[in-house]
Ligand binder design. Structure first.
Ligand code: SF4
Length: 164
């Protein structure tokens, strides 16, 4: 700590690093861009409906799971204070206790924003071109923060990396 002539001692600041500042700026910009991309995805699928049975969130049963870039994982992770423990039914850990509702709905990854359940109803044609565009945009957002990231990873891989 640095002594002041008058008054209490000042706390010494950590050394400012241009690289760290650039990275922090890139991460904030990526989080905003991801938020905008999620809203675009919701708009693209806005004509579709499902009965909200959460069947698509029964990951062990369906054998499918969302794949996330790190920027998505971090958005998801920051939406909950703690990563929930595994569920006995093999459903996604982010389901509520009854297994009916996503507890991270506003931060759910892009893969969870598409209606891949056979119960979904809506226009005859899915917004495939818009989804391709959004996937490319998502990659570019992810690489704006981590240019060398190899690609998206399954949710279970992120949970394993987090030690859960
Ligand atoms: S994150 Fe939410 S929407 Fe996605 S699989 Fe898990 S509970 Fe379902």
């Amino acid at each position: 700590m640095t002594e002041r002539v008058n008054g209490p001692p000042l706390q010494q600041h950590r050394t400012w690093s241009p690289d760290a500042a650039r990275q922090a700026h890139a991460e904030r910009a990526a989080a905003r861009a991801l938020d905008a991309l999620y809203r675009q995805a919701d708009t693209a699928w806005s004509g579709f409906r499902c009965p909200a049975s959460a069947e698509c969130c029964q990951l062990a049963e369906t054998g499918r799971q969302p794949w996330l870039w790190r920027v998505e994982w971090e958005a998801l992770r920051s939406a909950v204070p703690e990563i929930p423990p595994p569920r006995p039914d093999g459903g996604c850990r982010f389901l509520d206790a009854e297994g009916r509702r996503c507890t991270v709905y506003s931060a759910r990854p892009l893969g969870c924003r598409t209606y891949f359940c056979h119960r979904a109803t809506g226009p005859a044609r899915e917004p495939a071109e818009e989804m391709d565009r959004l996937q490319r945009r998502l990659e570019s957002i992810a690489r704006s923060v981590r240019p060398d990231e190899s690609g998206p990873r399954p949710l279970t891989a992120w949970l394993e990396e987090a030690g859960r």
